[in-house]
Design a protein around this ligand. Structure first.
Ligand SMILES: [Zn+2]
Length: 303
């Protein structure tokens, strides 16, 4: 059985010509769950809300239900569903999936193949991501379904460490975004798509890879642009929580002026009262290790 081939064959388009990420999203979710608990089951009534959120965030705009992939993915041979009465899916109806106690997990053959060959997990995830989603979404999709892609690709699957790491990532994101009230600490951006924040990320000030803790005083809620510029050392944090902009950054357009140069010397927005601000030691680490050289001086101060 070539599992990669089966996964590649999941179709990308629905008959009405709209994008069809429903099955790929469910399969990614199931692979994430497998990584944490190889034989665990996903009860429809328990995971329905989370699957629905995934579809809203990463699916096309037409309304859709997770019941459809939950039932139909069985036909692709990679997923099985059983109910309180025994094997087999009760159908694609929301009501019957809930009332029958329907629960799904990866098909037995696929679970056996993953046990024999742990690196298969990473390859399956890659294929799903590459076939159905743009690279800019890969990392956050893995976070959303609780997948440790790095662990999957190196074959260290099911490791308690990796699973714990994923859980911490999700918790850190929740903590930071809440502390900063779902607003970019640099520009104030607070966009929503429906009821979900969009384009906002939790940034580590001292990088996690370099001993930065998952704590509110080591985090900032930043929009995607400012997160990237912060991690690249264009932006930094100075004394009194004022924003630093590198002298080496050049941007001549109005947009660059507004989104970057205009930040010079501005005070960080947030966090809300009671939440810890960025600790001096983490701020200093970032200035020393990441920020690019000298900071620009505010035009207001130059006079
Ligand atoms: Zn921003």
């Amino acid at each position: 059985m070539d599992w990669l081939e089966r996964v590649v064959k999941l179709r990308r388009w629905a008959n009405n010509g709209s994008r069809a990420p429903h099955k790929p999203l469910l399969l990614l979710y199931a692979l994430g769950s497998y990584q944490r608990d190889a034989d665990g089951e996903l009860r429809y009534s328990v995971v329905e809300e989370e699957l629905k959120r995934l579809l809203v965030e990463y699916g096309p705009s037409n309304p859709t239900t997770p019941a459809y992939p939950f039932h139909h993915l069985v036909n692709d041979g990679v997923w099985e569903v059983r109910t309180d009465r025994g094997e087999g899916s009760p159908g694609a109806g929301i009501g019957v999936l809930r009332s029958s106690g329907a629960a799904g997990r990866l098909a037995p053959g696929l679970r056996a193949a993953l046990r024999r060959e742990p690196s298969l997990l990473g390859r399956l995830v890659r294929v799903l991501l590459d076939t159905h989603f743009p690279p800019s979404l890969h990392q956050e999709l893995c976070e959303a379904v609780g997948l440790d892609l790095e662990g999957a690709e190196t074959g260290t699957v099911g490791g308690a460490g990796a699973a714990a790491r994923r859980q911490r990532d999700r918790r850190m994101r929740e903590l930071i975004l809440t502390a900063y009230e779902f607003q970019c600490a640099f520009c104030g951006y607070d966009g929503m798509l429906g009821s979900t924040s969009v384009g906002l990320e939790a940034a580590h000030v001292r990088w996690w890879s370099h001993d930065g803790p998952d704590e509110v005083d080591n985090g900032l809620c930043l929009c995607s642009l400012h997160h990237k510029l912060f991690d690249k050392g264009v932006l930094g944090l100075g004394d009194d929580h004022r924003i630093l902009v590198s002298q080496r950054f050049v941007g001549r357009s109005e947009a660059s002026r507004q989104h970057v140069l205009g930040l010079v010397g501005r005070v960080v927005i947030g966090p809300q009262a009671g939440a810890a601000r960025v600790a001096g030691r983490h701020r200093e680490w970032h200035v020393r290790q990441v920020f690019h050289g000298a900071a620009r001086v505010s035009e207001r101060l130059v006079g």
